[in-house]
Design a protein around this ligand. Structure first.
Ligand SMILES: *Cc1c(COP(=O)(O)O)cnc(C)c1O
Ligand code: SF4
Length: 335
């Protein structure tokens, strides 16, 4: 048994992890004992979307390996600066789906609320890397306006807290937000989309699990892991605690060239997720966001990979392969 962490201790760890994250490429490479010359296409000073990698995540990378699948997800490359036809700043049509600043409604019954623009880690393939978060305005007034909009539309039954990353907010603010949402009687379900549980599992406090489960909502946490090695023992222990507290756990991944584009890796990812109490939900085709073209896996190859996973695993461990097409009424199945 791991020693039980108290709430105060957990949040202190989390604060420390945020301030000690790597933000300089050279410091990360030194930590990994990697010489710059081993990565000829490195972009040590990206113009935008700077490096951000918590040490807890860097510790899961293989020292001395320029092709490490965890490193590749966060390392800025010169290829990002090359314009590629079809790769744009708003690939999923977020701007057209905004009902209020930071409130997106694309699908029946579900509203997605961006509660912050901040993230614990900067993923190079992120479809929101160019999102104008700074235009969202002061957060409290904006959130109140979004809550008013949700309250005015009785067809909405579920709110997805997103960002950025919603777990960048502290427990008190999240608790207050959850209680406000509970007052909107037509809402039945609450969902959090977050990469923080994988990157910094100390953020999964018992207090926050209680906030999510003590009210009237059925709550789901959708984590984001792309490679089995992201799910170490600390992540597993924190997730199992949350599952025991009554939170439904799902995972979404992005299919990324050089990271998880092999049948064995995807199979192992599903198995490891299950060991952490998590079911695979979506495997997303890359959104064509400017700067990410080097991660693209074409649809035919994606189907072949998923078919290979299906041949090896029970159906409940096979994620749904989807792509987001602006204007569709759901994520589009690729199969
Ligand atoms: C992906 C997404 C959702 C959630 O879709 P599910 O298929 O229910 O997981 C909701 N709102 C927006 C705007 C989304 O992009
Ligand atoms: S954690 Fe999610 S929102 Fe944040 S950079 Fe990564 S993919 Fe984007």
């Amino acid at each position: 048994m791991l020693p039980r962490r108290t709430g105060a201790c957990q949040s202190e760890t989390w604060r420390r992890e945020r301030v000690t994250a790597f933000t300089q490429v050279d410091e990360l490479l030194e930590f990994l004992e990697l010489d710059r010359t081993r990565i000829p296409d490195l972009d040590a000073e990206p113009e935008s979307w700077g490096l951000r990698v918590p040490r807890t995540f860097a510790e899961r990378m293989r020292p001395g390996d320029p092709d490490d699948p965890l490193l590749r997800q966060v390392l800025p490359l010169t290829a990002e600066r090359q314009p590629v036809a079809g790769y744009v700043t708003d690939p999923v049509g977020d701007a057209c789906a905004e009902r209020a600043p930071g409130l997106l409604v694309k699908y029946a019954g579900r509203a997605l609320l961006m509660v912050t623009g901040a993230c614990a880690i900067h993923c190079r393939y992120c479809f929101r890397r160019h999102f104008p978060y700074q235009d969202l305005g002061p957060s409290q007034a904006r959130l109140e306006r979004a809550l008013d909009e949700i309250a005015r539309d009785p067809s909405l039954t579920e709110v997805v807290l997103s960002g950025g990353d919603p777990l960048m907010l502290d427990d008190d603010r999240l608790d207050a937000l959850i209680r406000d949402l509970e007052c909107i009687t037509h809402l039945q379900r609450l969902r959090l989309h977050s990469r923080v549980p994988v990157v910094s599992p100390s953020r999964l406090t018992a207090r926050l699990a209680a906030s999510l489960t003590r009210g009237r909502f059925a709550s789901t946490l959708v984590i984001h892991a792309n490679h089995p090695r992201e799910l170490d023992e600390a992540v597993r222990s924190a997730l199992l605690d949350w599952r025991a507290a009554g939170v439904t756990l799902l995972n979404q991944s992005v299919l990324l060239r050089g990271v998880n584009d092999r049948i064995e890796i995807l199979t192992e990812l599903s198995e490891r997720l299950f060991a952490c109490g998590v079911l695979p939900y979506y495997l997303h085709g890359l959104d064509p966001v400017a700067g990410s073209a080097h991660f693209e896996v074409d649809d035919a190859e994606a189907r072949r990979l998923l078919d290979g996973v299906r041949a090896r695993l029970p159906g409940y461990l096979v994620p749904r392969l989807v792509r987001e097409i602006p204007g569709d009424h759901s994520k589009r199945p690729l199969e």
